[in-house]
Design a protein around this ligand. Sequence first.
Ligand code: NAP
Length: 251
Amino acid sequence: MSETKPDPAPVAVVTGASSGIGAATAKVLAAQGFTVLLGARRADRLAQVAADIGGSARTAPLDVTDADSIEGFAAQAGETVEVLIANAGGALGADAVVDGDDNQWRTMWETNVLGVVRTVRAFLPKLLASGHGRVVVISSVAGHQVYPGGGGYTSAKHAAAAVIDTLRLELLGAPIRIIEIAPGAVRTEFALVRLGDQEKADAVYDGLTPLTADDVADAIGWAISRPPNVAVARIDLFPRNQASARDRHRE
Ligand code: NAP
């Protein structure tokens, strides 16, 4: 009697999986039955996330500001990928536009805009080959609204949001869904990376209960698991006491 092999688990790829939203999303996807491939620059942190997940979680080095690094990362994924979470990103500094540092702006644009574009390009053939692709880009409320001191980050995330909407138009009719997740304040390493100082980072959340990375991962898990005829175009996810990029009620 011939044995039928079970179908291999579908593959989900997460960029920026070494901390915060990416790490939490990797756990949700693994729990949904995906084999996860996780990328970021900090190999030790990635390895810890994979160890926490256990099983078949795999890691590979990734710097989304480097086209060759993205190609090398994509080559680790095999022929088909069902879900791509383009999450790697972040902010640097909080200067007014006139005082901004070109290098910080360049890094924000390279990471949040070109990083997403190149990642999607690299994985698109594999996503289409799955016949059931989902691309999730983590933009931000900063992709749709602006605030003083946020020019470098908001301009980059606005560009990312424009790319996401363009992809949805250009891929209309292809077996793929383009999903934008636009969170407000989430307590991760984001503010520490941005401000470079733990005290200043903690002050961002003074009097406010922000979202957790798990809250955002939960929304992502929901969005990618809708039936194939349902496309979640965008989720704006705020803490209860946040009403816009700049309006927060602090208790
Ligand atoms: P986080 O804890 O700082 O995580 C950022 C992740 O991105 C890390 O895994 C980091 O890994 C990775 N990353 C940064 N630059 C990278 C690069 N050049 N190549 C590869 N990976 C890179 O912050 P987070 O809040 O989870 O951020 C995740 C996403 O959510 C970002 O796109 C951020 O803009 C967005 N977001 C955050 C908030 C918030 O309030 N936290 C709100 C809205 C949107 P390595 O450093 O190890 O490379």
